[in-house]
Design a binder for this molecule. Structure first.
Ligand code: FES
Length: 102
């Protein structure tokens, strides 16, 4: 199912913004002309990923315990994050961010 979740202009470059899709938190991060969408909670201790920072082209530092993950794949890149988060396909249409979720 496709969800219209935000305006691209509402996403500052490299800053995570949480939106809620059917009650589920989703982290959006704009990197240049791309937007990544992942689960909104870290796989380490289920803390919000919003408030973290971009530390590589697609690497997101969780704001809580120093762990990191790849926004493109959801895979962990730095301990203590050791399991993946789900990622969601994103389409940009007419200045809107559309997230595809089952
Ligand atoms: S909750 Fe993200 S590293 Fe611990």
């Amino acid at each position: 199912m496709v969800h219209d979740v935000a305006a691209v202009s509402d996403l500052p470059e490299g800053t995570g913004v949480t939106v809620f899709v059917e009650g589920q938190p989703v982290l959006l991060v704009r990197v240049g002309d791309r937007v990544f969408a992942t689960e909104g909670l870290c796989s380490h201790e289920e803390q919000p990923l919003e408030g973290g920072s971009l530390i590589g082209p697609t690497e997101w530092l969780c704001p809580h315990h120093g762990g990191a993950l790849d926004l493109a794949t959801g895979r962990p890149t730095r301990m203590p994050v050791c399991s993946s988060v789900e990622t969601f396909p994103v389409r940009l249409e007419g200045g809107r961010v559309l997230v595809v979720m089952d």
